[in-house]
Ligand binder design. Structure first.
Ligand SMILES: [Zn+2]
Length: 479
């Protein structure tokens, strides 16, 4: 499929020094500040015939920005530079900006899934090629409010067609959209169309001179750069000779200290290849309230890691510390930034075990810590059984009481626990202790003299680990 939407070729020169936001920690990068003209040379799409021109630029100690369509399939375009060549020019200092996955116009009612794939998916594609990415160039400058908001979530700058070359327009755009806008001026001298802005070297030179004189920021971008006019798939083609003249002219101006040639990322203060923007992405780590659990039972910690705009960050390691985290292992965030860790709570009953989650940060994101939450470990409920043996005795006859005390959480029979008894007068039964099998027995008891039904109940008062419990009320029948 041929790329139908061509990046608009419009002469737009930014004359502004106030719309570029300050990035924390950036002090020394030579970003555009209005005191000297800055020119970025951009390569639209990353075509094969742009590779030699990129090398030519590098050989003149300059680098530019490549607007990469990340689906490099020949079904999208037959003449894309392969990834390994993009990596080699990246290693020479060129910036890789996203130009979407498939170059479809994005401002006309595409589904959110498609927009996220085109805008954010293309960034992931570039990151998978180990590029640091901070810019997005919408195909054909075709945007709407949804497109702008998605770009804003994932990129530090974007580009849009400027209808009016005024400071007000630029400032308003930056205010409304929160991202710096860069406007581009296309170059094409082969079969120029009415929309070809810079159709010959005189026009290119004039634009560069204007940027120099007005100390403005200019992006000039090239499509196909060739030495033929016969190829039907060529888009806004320029001759290699025009490109060379452009670079030579930029170099002479640059060498004379009259302007700087930079990547867009560099011009906007994000570093040559976005490294400053990339490393200063802040994160936020939240931890949800933690349910209390019986001591020694699993406690579950959940929360979420997000970027500065609330988008979840996937595949990052979350660690924990605090008094309640002894058996908690590290967690890894899922595709939407959520994490979950579960581990055995301490074996004592305490109110207010502390848990704090931590994200250590990496090459992409700054570290962050959650607030400290707490949970309590609770006593285990118990179950106490009672059996009277035999249940019917003659007056003054012998009987015994027995039963077991059990941990209702674990089913464990509990040893060395004191059991007391409540009996109808005149029955009095001394306290007993459970044996190693959790069984208590009081034998050799003497039944009352008066015939009747005598109720008996056993009781465990509870201790530091176990809740108290009482047995069912049983009846001793004296005949
Ligand atoms: Zn394009």
């Amino acid at each position: 499929m041929k790329i139908k939407t061509i990046c608009n070729i419009i002469v737009t020169i930014l004359i502004s020094s106030g719309f570029i936001p300050t990035v924390a920690g950036v002090t020394s990068t030579p970003k555009y500040d209005g005191t000297i003209g800055v020119v970025t040379v951009a390569f639209d799409h990353g075509f094969k015939d742009q590779y030699q021109p990129m090398l030519y630029m590098k050989n003149n100690n300059m680098s530019g920005t490549v607007w990469v369509v990340t689906n490099r399939s020949t079904t999208i375009h037959p003449n894309f530079i392969p990834w390994n060549q993009l990596q080699s020019v990246y290693d020479m200092g060129f910036e890789m900006a996203s130009h979407s996955r498939t170059h479809i116009p994005e401002g006309s009612g595409l589904s959110n899934n498609t927009l996220y794939s085109e805008i954010y998916g293309s960034k992931l594609d570039l990151q998978n090629q180990r590029f640091r990415v901070c810019g997005f160039v919408p195909p054909g400058n075709h945007v709407n409010a949804t497109v702008i908001s998605i770009i804003k979530n994932f990129y530090n700058y974007s580009a849009e067609k400027g209808n009016q070359n005024t400071i007000d327009y630029i400032a308003q755009s930056a205010n409304q959209n929160g991202i710096p806008f860069v406007n581009a001026s296309g170059v094409s001298d082969i079969n120029p169309t009415p929309s070809s802005a810079l159709q010959n070297f005189t026009a290119v030179k004039s634009a560069i001179d204007y940027a120099t004189q007005t100390r403005s920021y200019l992006v000039i971008h090239f499509h196909d750069i060739v030495n033929t006019t016969s190829n039907a798939v060529l888009q806004y083609p320029s001759t290699f000779s025009l490109f060379q003249q452009t670079i030579d002219y930029l170099k002479s101006k640059s060498d004379s200290g009259l302007l700087r040639v930079e990547t867009t990322s560099q011009a906007l203060g994000f570093g040559l290849q976005c490294e400053l923007a990339y490393k200063t992405s802040t994160t936020s780590l939240t931890i949800n309230s933690i349910s209390n659990v019986p001591w020694g039972n699993p406690v579950t910690i959940t929360g979420r890691l997000t970027n500065s705009t609330g988008i979840g960050i996937a595949n990052e390691t979350i660690s924990f510390n605090g008094t309640g985290t002894t058996n908690l292992s590290q967690a890894v965030t899922n595709g939407t930034g959520f994490f979950l860790s579960s581990g055995k709570a301490p074996n004592t009953v305490v109110s207010g075990w502390k848990v704090q989650a931590h994200f250590a940060g990496d090459s992409k994101y700054l570290n962050s810590d959650s607030t400290t939450n707490s949970y309590s470990t609770l006593t285990h409920p118990t179950v106490l059984a009672l059996s009277i043996q035999p249940v019917t005795v003659s007056s003054g006859g012998a009987y015994k009481v027995t039963g077991a005390l059990k941990d209702q959480v674990t089913g464990t029979l509990l040893a060395s626990k004191t059991i007391s008894f409540k009996g109808m007068s005149p029955i009095v039964i001394s306290n007993a202790a459970t044996n190693t099998s959790g069984i208590y027995v009081v034998s050799g008891l003497v039944a009352p003299n008066n015939p009747g039904a005598y109720k008996i109940q056993s009781k465990f008062a509870g201790d530091s680990l176990y809740s108290g419990s009482t047995s069912q009320v049983k009846t001793l029948t004296v005949s």
